[in-house]
Design a protein. Structure first.
Length: 939
């Protein structure tokens, strides 16, 4: 049974009803072969700008849309039907019907071209018509909305020779096929087509199968005008029931319907060549189209009566024309001049239809409870009416029904049919609910599976995160250790630098020291030369003295005594000079000794410093040896760079994991939230619904059994009913199996998707693990390199240390050797000086002795020197003690001062020279010598 519009939807409607003109479009097909052959020319012109059609007789328009011969099926669909599909899903009833002369493209527009066997989908075929596109679009829209609980049913009927046939019924072929009955809905809200199949469709393929089946059955006959001329009107109806779960846990059901009507061609019987049966067909076709025209005229001229009931076509389209449906009409035209009359007639028809106003109403969402109650009330009322009709008692009949039954005996039959239809509708509704419950169950199971997988995935991600965190911590520890090592290396470097600086300073000091040693050598050498020179000069002087003495002896004998005195004085002077020389030499030796000691001390200090520095360097180097591992700045830079790189890579891996999680989480979260919400709502309401449903079904069973009892009494009806029940049961079983199969396919595809996702995630995890392993390996390699580098550096440092030690040791040796050489030289210098001194002393004492002996001779022989002066002279000559100061010598001097002056002059110059040579001013320390200029050194 089919109710147009639906009882369910019409029972509760939105009150917002805005009058809207039905949309009318005109499509002109290309000239066909026959028209081309008869050289027919195009007699209509499409004005797209003005949406009008121009003919020689008149211009028609504007229409909602006009399509020229080059318009594609896609364009027509997008402009006229796509919007209506959205409205259907929103809960409106929509109708699209094609009207036009036979052979002008109504079926082409509605169903499409002849699909070849190879064409798998309408998507591949540009000639696909409105019906397959609309069905595909409905499925797509529902998918896009994420709608999981819905039910689609399709029915396909044809109106042939004013009789209605079900194109999807099993026995819908042949002359004896069942004729469908049409009657008014008792609620006065539409017409009911009793006994029509509303086949549940679960996927696109189901719809294509049904469409093909129905199209094949559709009666066609060859006429002269159109090889595949449709001799019937067809109505393809898709009903969409969507279940929504509200936040309060209520289940709301909304329903929308799409009626796609392909009218039979209007034709001129005489021109089409139809005869006999064909002529009758043409008459009936034209009759229903004429009524359609009258209905349209009445609707547009606000006539008092709209003759819907005069044809089954207008009864079927009642709600679509002037009712609450959103309606579009496509008027198809032939461009041929030979068809201009029919084209003008179609355009007039279309222009009138464009003035029809509908009041589209959205079917409100109704709760399951409310629908069941409506059915229950309806069935109860029908049962009551039927019982009253049968018993003809009128006791329990409502006054209205009783009167009606009395007036028309057919009314009883109608009531039975209505009851059948209502029970049928209830059955379908229950089936839909069961189907949607099953969808829900599958959904719930899928949600459970997804939740498990999600939890598992979240656990894995958490583990991975923990691993990453641990690795990060390890890295941080390594990093801080490396940083510490780096800073201690820097400190060590600065210490080393300081040590190197102090070593540099020491080597400068050492160089200075060696310079001074060299200078000392030079001074010693010069001292020695000076001493030699002095010795030579003393020798020369003594020689001179000797010569002078001899001369004196020879020339000055008479003055011997005086001479002896003079000589004694001279000897005394020489003695004091000698003493002074001795003192000076002693002072010089002391100075030299002091300087040597000082130098030794300086050297030993320096050596101590060197040793200290060496020890310090060694200690510091040893102390810092361990810290040396990998503590060079380049190494640190490398390590930090590697660490940063590792960090980056880890972050990238982390980011990948996060992305993965982010990709998965919202999807799963969204899915889980939606399912959880549904589950919660369902859990709360499910039990009560199940109870209510069980109760209702029990009630219905009771009702049905009561009805069955009642119908048994009707006799033949019961058998018929049972038979139909069996057929229905079989169909239901088949449908159930098909639905189960489809659901299993859906479940499998879902599982495939899930396993794909899981595989993807596993793949990513595997890649991440691989990448992580390679990173670890890289890090290990770098660490090993670093350690090896540290080892090498350590060895180098050790070697440097050893070199420094060796160098210092050799320095030490050199210093010791030089010191020894210096001491030797000093000793030899001392020896030379002392031997010079002693030779000078001996020369002087020899000279003195000579002079004394001569004096004695003088005294004894010539003058007779008083004996008291002899010990003094002896004492002086032997250096036993100093002579008496106020002795004879003064007297002698006073007495002979004039003469002596001229005689003693050479002795004066000798003494003066000796004094000069041996004065302390000329005997200096090596240090002082270091500053003496070459010219100041005495020659
Ligand atoms: N727009 C078009 N482009 C190309 N070919 C078209 C077009 N419209 C119709 N035809 C072709 O014209 C022929 C008749 O079309 P169709 O059967 O759809 O006409 P019809 O109006 O349904 O006729 P009838 O009322 O007799 O059933 C078909 O071969 C169809 O392929």
């Amino acid at each position: 049974m089919m109710i147009i519009p639906s009882k369910m939807s019409s029972s509760k409607r939105s009150t917002e009803e805005i009058p809207t003109n039905i949309r009318v479009a005109v499509r002109v097909r290309p000239l066909n072969r026959a028209e081309q052959a008869e050289k027919s020319v195009s007699a209509v012109k499409v004005d797209r700008q003005k949406n009008s059609i121009f003919t020689k007789m008149k211009t028609f328009g504007p229409f909602s849309k006009v399509y020229d011969t080059d318009a594609t099926q896609q364009m027509v669909y997008e402009d006229l039907v796509a919007g209506q599909v959205k409205k259907v899903i929103a809960g409106f009833n929509c109708t699209v019907f094609a009207y036009g002369q036979t052979g002008t493209g109504k079926t082409f527009t509605m169903e499409g071209g002849q699909q070849s066997e190879e064409t798998k989908s309408w998507r591949d075929d540009p000639t696909t018509g409105i019906i397959p596109r609309a069905v595909e679009d409905i499925f797509e829209q529902l998918d896009q909305m994420g709608c999981e609980e819905y039910s689609l049913r399709v029915s396909y009927i044809e109106l042939y020779n004013e009789e209605l046939y079900d194109l999807l019924a099993a026995n819908s072929v042949g002359e004896d096929r069942e004729r469908l009955k049409i009657f008014e809905d008792p609620t006065k809200k539409g017409v009911i087509v009793s006994g029509v199949e509303e086949v549940p469709v679960r996927n696109r393929a189901d719809v294509y199968k049904l469409l093909k089946l129905g199209a094949e059955k559709r009666r066609t006959a060859t006429t002269l005008m159109n090889i595949n001329s449709s001799r019937s009107h067809s109505l393809f109806m898709v009903s969409v029931v969507i279940r929504e779960n509200t936040a309060t846990g209520d289940e709301l059901v909304k329903q929308g319907k799409l009626n796609l009507v392909d009218l039979a061609g209007s034709e001129n019987v005489s021109r089409s060549g139809a005869e006999g049966k064909r002529a009758k067909e043409a008459g009936n076709i034209n009759q229903s189209l004429l009524t359609l025209g009258r209905v349209i005229r009445a609707l547009t001229t606000s006539g008092p009566h709209v003759p819907y009931r005069e044809s089954k076509l207008t009864r079927l389209l009642q709600d679509s024309l002037g009712g609450s449906t959103i309606t579009s009409l496509i008027a198809t035209l032939s461009p041929a001049s030979s068809n201009i009359e029919e084209s003008v007639s179609t355009l007039e028809y279309a222009i009138r239809a464009a003035n029809i106003k509908n009041r589209p109403v959205c079917n409100t969402k109704v709760s399951r409870k409310a629908i069941l109650k409506t059915f229950s009330d309806e069935i109860e009322k029908l049962r009551r009416d039927l019982r009253a009709a049968r018993e003809k008692t009128g006791v329990h009949l409502s006054e209205e029904s009783h009167e009606e039954l009395l007036r028309n005996t057919e009314r009883m039959q109608e009531l039975e049919e209505q009851l059948d239809a209502t029970v049928d509708q209830l059955r379908r509704f229950t089936e839909d609910l069961v189907y949607m419950d099953e969808q829900y169950r599958l959904l719930y199971e899928r949600k459970e599976r997804l939740e498990d997988k999600l939890a598992q995935r979240i656990r894995q991600i958490a583990e991975k995160e923990k691993e990453l965190d641990d690795k990060q911590k390890e890295l941080d520890i390594h990093k801080s250790a490396l940083q510490e090592m780096h800073s201690s290396a820097l400190i060590t470097f600065s210490q080393l630098k300081e040590m190197r600086d102090s070593a540099d300073n020491m080597s400068v000091d050492l160089a200075l020291f060696w310079d001074k040693v060299d200078q000392m050598d030079l001074v010693a050498f010069r001292n020695k030369s000076a001493a030699n020179t002095v010795s030579e000069k003393v020798a020369i002087a003594l020689d001179d003295i000797s010569k002078t003495s001899q001369n004196m002896e020879a020339s000055s004998k008479p003055f011997m005594v005086t001479e002896v005195a003079e000589n004694t004085q001279c000897t005394t002077s020489l003695r004091s000079t000698f003493t002074s020389i001795q003192n000076n030499i002693a002072a010089f030796s002391k100075n030299v000794q002091h300087n040597v000691e000082e130098d030794s001390r300086i050297y030993s200090d320096f050596f101590g410093d060197c040793l200290g520095a060496e020890t310090q360097i060694c200690t510091m180097l040893n102390t810092n040896m361990d810290n040396f591992k990998g503590l060079f700045s380049q190494f640190m830079v490398d390590v930090i760079a590697v660490t940063e790189d590792l960090k980056d890579r880890i972050n990238r891996v982390k980011a990948e994991m996060n992305n993965l999680q982010m990709e998965l989480s919202p999807l799963l979260e969204e899915r889980r939230a939606a399912i959880e919400l549904q589950a919660k709502q369902r859990k709360e309401t499910r039990d009560s619904y199940v109870k209510a449903q069980v109760l209702r079904i029990q009630q219905l069973q009771v009702l049905v059994s009561q009805l069955a009892q009642g119908l048994t009494s009707v006799g033949a009806s019961t058998a018929d009913f049972d038979e139909r029940g069996e057929v229905l049961d079989a169909q239901l079983r088949d449908d159930g199996a098909a639905a189960l199969e489809a659901l299993e396919a859906v479940a499998t595809s879902h599982d495939d998707v899930v396993s794909e996702v899981v595989d993807g995630v596993d793949d990513i995890s595997e890649k991440a693990a691989g990448r992580w392993a390679s990173l670890i390996k890289e890090a290990t390699d770098v660490a090993e390199n670093v350690v090896a580098m540290g080892g090498r550096t350590l060895d180098e440092a050790k070697k440097t240390c050893e070199d420094v030690s060796t160098m210092l040791a050799s320095c030490d040796e050199q210093v010791v050797a030089r010191n020894a050489a210096l001491l030797d030289r000093m000793a030899s210098l001392e020896g030379i000086i002392s031997s010079s001194t002693s030779s000078i002393s001996s020369v002087i004492s020899g000279a003195k002795n000579t002079m004394i002996s001569r004096k004695w001779e003088d005294v004894d022989i010539n003058q007779g020197v008083p004996p008291r002066n002899i010990p003094a002279i002896l004492g002086a000559s032997d250096m036993v003690g100093p002579p008496e100061p106020n002795d004879l010598l003064f007297e002698e001097k006073d007495q002979r001062s004039e003469k002596r002056v001229s005689n003693y002059a050479p002795r004066e110059s000798l003494l003066d020279m000796s004094n000069k040579l041996l004065s302390p001013a000329t005997i200096r320390t090596h240090r002082e010598f270091a500053t003496i200029e070459e010219e100041n050194i005495p020659q």
